[in-house]
Design a binder for this molecule. Structure first.
Ligand SMILES: Nc1ncnc2c1ncn2[C@@H]1O[C@H](COP(=O)(O)OP(=O)(O)OP(=O)(O)O)[C@@H](O)[C@H]1O
Ligand SMILES: [Mg+2]
Length: 345
């Protein structure tokens, strides 16, 4: 049995006091396998003998019967190791939720295109489609229905497309069946999406939340340790009113709003690309941003190609480099980057 296989066994071992496995907590320093010996090096923040004895017993039980030869377990004390019990996901620097109060304002479209834009700036980006009732990211990247998710042992491998890593509930549920999630089931699924997915190193994980501000959204925000939120709205009052409810929800769970994106701000007729029509009114995004004491990150036009790109799985942003859609998203990504730097300093 190789080192990687041993690690898969170690993923199942939990810290006795924390609800997290020793791999996620960074307590496994190294695993080496030689002819007749398997060496597991663990580390603890202090020389806590009780903890070490507990872990040693757990590791022995999980590993010794699976290997040939001897099992050696060594402990190092690493005062820099902080056993973070929060919902921080190892390897993921920032998790940003994209939310809105109203459905159909373009949250999923914005999530995906913003992810592509951040990726084009050289960031490592992942997208988690947490819209349990109407997961749509899969369709938008041209992966329909229930795809064969690669799961080995307990690790789920995200799908990779256009340079971003993607996981969606659509991969887990049957497209044609209504989904009834119960609280505990939902919690479990989200936890799995975060902690059992081999995200690797990510600079950004964007989370496409379901529309609305109900219990489901609230518990999702509590389960995930969010860096901040981006609120999507369309310009009209009915949409901004709902969007401010989303902002109130983020405030309730103490997640900072990083900015507002106004989608479908104006319509550009395909045959008259120089014309702009404010079909949904004007100024709603800016007003909302001012009310929330945050900034307007950008105004995305209503372009038929965006819709068609979403339907066909070919994001418009990639189809027309240098076009208005790509440029607008780049501006949004730039502003978001700046805003995040402020929070990180
Ligand atoms: N700027 C845009 N221009 C044209 N069409 C757009 C634009 N943004 C989104 N759309 C289209 O509007 C529809 C709704 O968008 P999307 O699915 O992203 O919204 P949503 O807020 O995620 O919806 P839901 O609440 O159902 O999750 C889709 O058909 C999408 O392609
Ligand atoms: Mg959506």
């Amino acid at each position: 049995m190789g080192a990687d296989e041993i690690k898969k066994l170690l993923v199942k071992i939990k810290h006795p006091d924390l609800n997290k496995d020793i791999i996620s907590l960074g307590m496994v320093n190294d695993v080496t396998v030689s002819d007749n010996e398997t060496l597991v090096k663990l580390r603890t923040p202090t020389a806590d003998r009780k903890l070490q004895i507990n872990l040693e017993a757990q590791v022995r039980q999980a590993v010794s019967k699976q290997i040939e030869g001897k099992l050696k377990i060594k402990f190092d004390v690493d005062p820099n190791l902080s056993l973070d019990d929060s919902n921080k996901v190892p390897g993921i620097k920032r998790i940003i939720a994209v939310g809105s109060g109203k459905g159909g304002v373009g949250k999923s479209t914005v999530t995906l295109n913003l992810a592509l834009s951040l990726a084009s700036k050289g960031y490592k980006v992942g997208v988690m489609d947490a819209d349990i009732y109407g997961p749509s990211i899969g369709k938008m990247i041209g992966v329909n229905g229930r795809v064969a998710l690669k799961v080995d042992e307990d690790i789920i491998h995200p799908l990779e497309k256009y340079g971003i890593k993607i996981i969606t509930f659509a991969f887990l549920v049957d497209e044609n069946q209504p989904v009834v999630w119960r609280g505990p089931m939902l919690g479990k699924a989200v936890e799995q999406f975060l902690f059992q997915v081999s995200w690797g190193e990510l600079d950004f994980l964007l989370v496409d939340l379901p529309p609305g501000t109900g219990d489901v959204q609230l518990s999702l925000c509590q389960l995930i340790d969010l860096t901040g939120a981006v609120i999507v709205t369309t310009p009209q009052k009915v949409a901004t009113l709902d969007a401010s409810k989303a902002a109130a929800m983020f405030a309730q769970v103490k997640v900072p709003v990083l900015g507002v994106v106004e989608n479908m701000s104006y319509f550009i007729p395909p045959d008259m690309p120089d014309k702009k029509y404010n079909i949904f009114g004007e100024g709603g995004g800016q007003d909302l941003a001012s009310d929330l004491k945050t900034q307007l990150l950008g105004k995305i036009p209503h372009v038929i190609d965006i819709m068609q790109g979403g339907e066909s799985g070919n994001p418009q942003l990639l189809k027309e480099p240098g076009g208005v859609v790509e440029k607008t998203y780049k501006e949004i990504a730039d502003k978001l980057e700046e805003e995040i730097k402020k929070w990180e300093d």
